[in-house]
Design a protein around this ligand. Sequence first.
Ligand SMILES: NC(=O)c1ccc[n+]([C@@H]2O[C@H](COP(=O)([O-])OP(=O)(O)OC[C@H]3O[C@@H](n4cnc5c(N)ncnc54)[C@H](OP(=O)(O)O)[C@@H]3O)[C@@H](O)[C@H]2O)c1
Length: 347
Amino acid sequence: MKLHDASGPLINGHVEPALVPQRTLYTGARMPAIGLGTFGSDHVNAGEIAAAVEGAAAVGYRHFDCASVYGNEHEIGYALEQVVRRDLERGRLWITSKLWNDKHGENDVIPSCQQSLADLRLSYLDLYLVHWPFPNFHPPGCDVTSRSKDAKPYIHAEFMKTWRKMEELVDLGMVRHIGTSNMSIPKLKLLLHDARIKPAVNEMELHPHFQQPQLFDFVRSNGIVPVGYSPVGSPGRPERDRTAEDTAPTQDPVIVKIAKRLGVHPAVVCIKWAVQRGQVPIPFSTNRDHYRSNIAGVVSEPLTDSEMREVSAIDRNCRLIKGQVFLWKDGQSWEDLWDVSGEITPP
Ligand SMILES: NC(=O)c1ccc[n+]([C@@H]2O[C@H](COP(=O)([O-])OP(=O)(O)OC[C@H]3O[C@@H](n4cnc5c(N)ncnc54)[C@H](OP(=O)(O)O)[C@@H]3O)[C@@H](O)[C@H]2O)c1
């Protein structure tokens, strides 16, 4: 039986994974061009997210974006085990995890990855990212003023010690690729200069109101695939990541107009735009209709060239995930974390 819904062709309620576009990494490996995010933003519990992982696999997702700090890898591991046991070879899944900020120490990287592998019930990861370039711990669920008294700035020599251990994970066969997240161009330039194994991916905030054109072009021109987090503008993000100036891409008149033409939710337009632009969106959802329409959106009628141009013109340079908890001294503003001057912010 072939069914159709408003967001694209569905066969018996799922999208055929072979139809989902893929991105080729510099190693030649291919990753699905959409993944499911798994960060519950401090309010969606691990059980619901694990259920969404199983449900998303059933509707066609093969790529899952995990992290130790999300506090749910153990539950997701059981879900993945069910998925593989039911009818899927491990090799057809793409699983990402991330090293948290309090585990940058040379003796912490390998055990931390081992813990994620054990929790996720996997023998290898497809991709392991350094979650943030700052080695500054803050507790899950903390508020925006939370600061570690031991907070440190980015020191490249220190980061390289962490990166050497990331490279060792590849040598050991524990991970297939390594990558970065929340990096700036000046930090990436240093890393590209010094890395033995260069990052395959940079995970970064990307949505129609925060398109980061310079960083997007920089990573692509260096053979790094941009993975876009908060692709629909993270409407459920934690309180610490909300300010009065924030805007919502799903409420933008251009996005709403295109959504009406296609008969889909504005979130689906954000996802379609992301895939067509060339980044890999990783939308979070625990609602089956939502996560199904997000993946259906990438295999159905594309945005027109003129719609793509209209969306590229609504960039507002509106960063939602500002990272204030990583600041390392008094009197700083969140812009200091992102090297907006073009130079790494001095310690
Ligand atoms: N590397 C990093 O530092 C970093 C930072 C932030 C996020 N991430 C990753 O990126 C993922 C996604 O980012 P995010 O969770 O911040 O934000 P997001 O994916 O932009 O937004 C998720 C929210 O959008 C809603 N939504 C999704 N699809 C929808 C649809 N079709 N219709 C209506 N509502 C929809 C979801 O609600 P429902 O559940 O009700 O559908 C959820 O509240 C995270 O889960 C995480 O894996 C990484």
